[in-house]
Design a binder for this molecule. Sequence first.
Ligand code: CA
Length: 522
Amino acid sequence: MKKHSFLHVLLLASFFLTANTETSYGQKAGVNVSAWPRGITYEIFVLAFADSDGDGKGDIKGMTSKLDYLKDLGVEGIWLMPMSPSPSYHKYDVSDYYGIHPDYGTIDDFKKFIEEAHKRNIKVVMDMVINHSGSQNAWFKDARTNPNSPYWDYYVWTHKDDPQTTVPGRIIAGDSGNRNRWNKVEGSDYMYYSYFGGNMPDLNFDNPKLREEIFRIGKFWLNDIKVDGFRLDAARHIFPDDRPKDNHRWWVYFRNEMQKVNKDVYLVGEVWAPAEIVGPYMQGLPALFNFDMGGAITKAVNTGRADSLTINHKKIRDFYKSINPGYVDATFLTNHDQNRIMSAVSNNLDKAKMAASLLLTLPGSPYLYYGEEIGMQGMKPDEHIREPFIWDEKAKDKSRARWVTPRYSSDSSVVPAAQQMKAKNSIYNHYKTFIQLRNTSRALTYGELEPVSFDNKEVCAFIRSTSDESVLVLHNLSTSEITVTLPGNLTEYSKVAFKNKDANVKNNTLKMAAYSTVVLKK
Ligand code: CA
């Protein structure tokens, strides 16, 4: 954690004072106190984000041209979905771990992107997909029908007559399906194991040669290309489901190896499971996605009731902290594998904004999914939660990708980013305001969580405190104005430090508009 000068503290205090007198939209003279990875990270599906050459496919140069947009939004890190050569549009089945897909550009384009991101103090995290390779990977192509291949043991095989090949898979996690995981190979007596389907043969991590190969790949991107870290896909499936301890230990080993080339390497793991299964991965992975909280926020917004939202979040945090006190709670609303938040709240703009207000005031290191900040919509199948970003009106939009015909996010359903940036009540400016509020507050960036319970469950209230700052945050999840009486132990929180709609506090009574947020300080 960064130490801050007395001047910073003064400037921060003055931000809260000026915010007191007005609804705070747009630029404020606050000083950024967040330090990555405790700031905002933005997830990009490159194919859909920004096209630089008019071929309709998003690419690295397109992303580079949008770095100022991300900087202006308040983003401090970018998570890039896979960019290596692969036959699929999503690229989670890697053919060449050392390359960049030609549709996206070149290694030099990527180096330039990282250089430009770093100039803006934005870190770059790459998706690393190592549970499996793609079936078009040279290793697999060589091994496929040849047990004498040097790459045979990179994969997991069994004879077709082995009784285990008839056992169906089990549904045990959000990312798994109920299927037989053994796959036939034409012209061979052997079958290969694949957790996610035939195009993604699982790699064999019992093979020390394969492990060395994976370390080489990681070190290449960290050392030669200068990425800042990895988002680790399918982190709980490296070893089979009945060997969770081997999975936990593998990530400790992996992290140690990566730290040999970058002691500050950032690793965030995808373990799509309840907190008790996620927890032990904290031994090796300093950051893990908090799948529980995204769903809980969506539920609270949809029901208009906070119920035990903050109590549950605190429980999860206390559990993670007991395993690794320095852990990073990677919170998010939805990602590229889930229906977009706007669709999850039935396209209700107030609810989508409230989901963002909660995410950006609760503890954690929030991840945004590209387009969320302009209210893009999207429902499964996956292609339609990954539709092209809408930069400007179609006729003027030189950056818009056309990789898929949108079903949900078009000019008729989403106001383009360029127009939203100029409209003070847009969802874009709502995100920007809350990101700025968070980034300039030590309590909101680093503070612990203390749930506050009111009889009225339409209010979600909590205290966030660090040693030098304490704020009481209240969200009105309902459709009408609410009056709340602060209990005796909270009456010292008497000043409005931030509000995004009408609100006032008088004689311990707080009045707040529908779907509004108020931050009180002492
Ligand atoms: Ca392109």
